[in-house]
Design a binder for this molecule. Structure first.
Ligand code: CDP
Length: 314
């Protein structure tokens, strides 16, 4: 047999098979977008009737009196009876006014926001929701904006960046300055270990007189929301923060815009490599979340004119 010719080494493909997936997404995405009022109303009323986010998403002294039993949504067997001390950390009344906002921007942390110039557009929304205390300074402002009405915090941030708030708490409280007097939404009753560290976050905010207003997710809402998305075909151990906030926005806002939602490693247009977050390249725990499956559902809502995903530069 003739000697086999060694083929020249190929330059590695930066997209590693993602081209096909991305092209399919872009095909679905690129039809002109128009809000479909009937689809929006239908989806919103399904969501409201199953989850009641409007008055139940956040724990208040009105919806959760002393003595009530909270069932942790991440650990089904764990419950907590509300003591007067815990009750005193609850918001007195529902922090959202009893009306819908016209426009809401939900900002995910995807690397797709890098150099997007979307800051102004995001900040022009009436209500801006961000996830996991993302950095807004250091030049990010132009691309992600700075207005924040509500920001979530995963307690892992307190453990990793602020020594579980067991020592000095000033660095944590100072880091909240970028978010002004926004609401800080904490999953204090999702897992048992979240509760004490979230309480320390609340006490730190109070003791240092920070204008940030801490509030807690209602675990019952998170439980109902997980069931709702399961009924829509989502199989995931935990919902990602982004889809939780998009759901909350759909109940509260007439026009929901999503930015920074792109769980793929390459840019939809240039196909160049992206970092996972716009501020770092920490990877998502695929064991818990199913972001591409969530994205598929969000893209479906985009195509139905229920919400609007932003995937390009602004
Ligand atoms: O807490 P979690 O790991 O869910 O979120 P994150 O990494 O801080 O990002 C916030 C949200 O942005 C996620 O929950 C996703 O919904 C969205 N995201 C995305 O769609 N694509 C990425 N590459 C990163 C985040």
């Amino acid at each position: 047999p003739p000697p086999q010719k060694k083929s020249a080494p190929q330059p590695s493909d930066p997209c590693k098979g993602c081209r096909e997936v991305i092209n399919k997404v872009i095909e679905r995405y690129s039809k002109p977008w128009k809000k479909q009022e009937d689809n929006y109303q239908k989806f919103r009323s399904q969501l409201s009737s199953k989850c009641h986010g409007f008055d139940k998403a956040i724990i208040t002294q009105a919806n959760t009196p002393v003595g009530s039993k909270l069932v942790y949504d991440g650990e089904k067997k764990r419950t907590l009876q509300v003591t007067p001390e815990i009750f005193s950390t609850f918001a007195k009344e529902h922090p959202f006014p009893n009306k819908t906002w016209d426009t809401c921007a939900v900002v995910g942390n995807g690397g797709i926001l890098t150099n997007s110039s979307c800051g102004k557009m995001i900040d022009s929304a009436q209500f801006v929701i961000r996830c996991n205390l993302p950095p807004l300074d250091k030049g990010y402002e132009k691309h992600v904006g700075m207005k924040t009405d509500l920001v979530t915090a995963n307690p892992s941030i307190f453990l990793e960046k602020y020594g579980a708030l067991m020592g000095r708490r000033r660095p944590f409280v100072e880091s909240l300055r970028s978010y002004g007097n926004s609401l800080l939404l904490l999953p204090a009753f999702s897992y048992g270990h979240n509760t004490p560290v979230c309480m320390r976050a609340v006490y730190s905010i109070e003791d240092f007189e920070s204008p940030t207003r801490p509030v807690f997710f209602n675990p019952e809402y998170l439980q109902h929301l997980a069931l709702f998305w399961r009924s829509q075909g989502l199989r995931a151990v935990r919902l990602s923060t982004g889809i939780i906030m998009a759901s909350l926005a759909l109940e509260h806002c007439a026009n929901v815009h999503l930015y920074g939602f792109w769980p793929f490693s390459n840019h939809p247009h240039g196909l160049y490599v992206l970092t996972n977050h716009y501020y770092d390249d920490r990877q998502t725990k695929t064991k818990f979340h199913a972001m591409p499956a969530e994205f598929d559902l969000l893209l479906r809502l985009h195509s139905q004119g229920v919400l609007r995903l932003h995937l390009g530069d602004c």
